[in-house]
Design a protein around this ligand. Sequence first.
Ligand code: C2E
Ligand code: MG
Ligand code: MG
Ligand code: MG
Length: 282
Amino acid sequence: TAKGDHSGVVVTTSGAHDDTDRQRLTTLEELRAGLDHGELILHYQPQMEIASGAIPGVEALVRWNHPTRGLVYPDGFLPLAEHAGLMGRLTLQVLEMALEQSAAWRAAGLDLTVAVNLSASNLHDPALPSYVADALTRHGVPPAALHLEITEEVLMRDAVRATRVLAELRATGIHLAIDDYGTGYSSLAYLHALPVDDLKLDRAFVTHCDTDTRSAAIVKSTVELAHNLDMRLIAEGVENETVLDRLREWDCDLVQGYHLSRPQPADRLTTWLQQRRPAPVR
Ligand code: C2E
Ligand code: MG
Ligand code: MG
Ligand code: MG
């Protein structure tokens, strides 16, 4: 195995630091191989429109199907991918898989939007908008069926460049969302100028908004802010029915969270959708 090959190589200094470096290097080699061998897979989490109960779309979340470690979650490899300059390749793979799945759902009569997460380095790639447009055409997916999510933290790190790239993407008809809103110190001036459709309020403010009055105040005022800017508010991290009831009262538009469904493979999500809403009579 890859692990066996590495274990015998270096036996000299062995501080915790070296072990960590060695582990990172191994993981990085494995990740490069994983990208070559198609080990990345997507799970999909549904988004529900509170008012209607409808599921207009899903978010694609990447996992690494590691040959020996099993399913590795984003926290376990995205920081490394970003650091090693692999995010460009990773995002293109994710986009391909998400659009292929989107086309399959559309062919099956399921009209779902699919949201894909972008990273910081994606915004530094001037070819991204034309690549995305090309991928949409190849898969026959209408631009409005693709949502791209950028974290507030990434947006604000380079707001001028981000605004330019986002404007270009949005001009093609793609839908944009600010992710993890509330954790990245947005300047309201930029929020006002950014060409985005949705604010996704970070789960830190959502999960306990039924019991924590300060979270409740933040949720309520963010709904109002979003609506005043003609954006929709999506609440992340809805884990129980009471939170959902509060969000409905406060006029939040959409929710995502374990209460509705955990992220799951496409085939299981398809079954979930069909069981939830009986298939139309043909
Ligand atoms: P995110 O985009 O904010 O995605 C939401 C995360 O919250 C997901 O974690 C999801 O599984 C989790 N989540 C959803 N509902 C609940 C809930 O009710 N309670 C709790 N506690 N958690 C919930 P995941 O899949 O581990 O992804 C973590 C982050 O990794 C994502 O946060 C996103 O920033 C990043 N990520 C995931 N896939 C991709 C990708 O393809 N590309 C890039 N650039 N980033 C990605
Ligand atoms: Mg996201
Ligand atoms: Mg988020
Ligand atoms: Mg997040």
